[in-house]
Write a protein that binds this ligand. Structure first.
Ligand code: ITT
Length: 207
């Protein structure tokens, strides 16, 4: 299946290429991307996929992805606002959690695929863990140097890209999407305005 990932983030592409082996994926090349103003990861992911459909004449599937990190001590923040929360995001988070005992956090990812004939597929995935006390490791991106998955002592940036490609929230969402592609009824959501009632989501397993 040929699909265009409506994202500017090459790390996401690399993860999804491994997690969706039957899919031939490429990045959308656009000068601008839609603003992330949805009320859920799903809405933002759908907006990205719809945007891709609008600017690309291709008959390929359009894949939208939105993700974020949710920190329990910040009542789930920065969450949906992860990408624009702070330019100094890691320092900011470490400062806010200084002395905090409860450092639990999770990554969340929603993936939406829109087919050439208006089909819609969705997959979600999470990765539970905690915020470490300092930066460690060099791989991954974003919050990976301070995110320690549950059951691990190393950060995602230390565990590395190969670990991440099998275990991340994105890999889990991709597996759920692939399952949905194999089994779920498909509905159209290309009409303008707010997205329709969300289709039954396939949820990636959490750890
Ligand atoms: P696109 O919108 O172009 O897809 P982006 O990097 O801006 O790329 P998001 O809007 O989905 O992506 O923002 C997600 C933010 O959440 C991202 O910038 C990171 O700060 C954080 N994040 C999401 N997934 C992550 C991951 O796997 N590792 C580390 N940080 C992640």
């Amino acid at each position: 299946m040929r699909a265009v990932l409506c994202s500017s983030n090459a790390h996401k592409l690399a993860e999804l290429q491994v997690a969706l082996p039957g899919w031939e994926l490429e990045l959308l090349h656009a000068d601008e991307y839609p603003e992330e103003i949805g009320e859920s990861y799903y809405e933002n992911a759908l907006a990205k996929a719809r945007f891709g459909r609008g600017v690309s004449p291709s008959a390929a599937w359009m894949l939208g992805e939105d993700s974020g990190i949710e920190v329990v001590a910040l009542r789930g923040g920065p969450g949906l606002h992860s990408s624009r929360w702070s330019v100094r995001w890691i320092d900011e988070l470490l400062e806010r959690l200084e002395g905090a005992e409860d450092r639990r956090a999770r990554y969340v990812c929603d993936l939406v695929a829109l087919g050439p004939e208006c089909q819609e597929l969705r997959g979600t995935g999470t990765l539970e863990g905690a915020i470490g006390k300092e930066r460690r490791g060099r791989e991954g991106f974003g919050y990976d140097p301070i995110f320690v998955p549950i059951g691990e002592s190393r950060t995602v940036a230390e565990l590395g890209d190969a670990w991440k490609r099998s275990n991340s929230h994105r890999a889990r969402a991709a597996r759920a999407l692939a399952e949905a592609a194999a089994s779920e009824p498909r509905t159209c959501s290309l009409r303008p305005g707010r997205p329709p009632r969300s289709p039954r989501a396939s949820t990636g397993e959490t750890s």
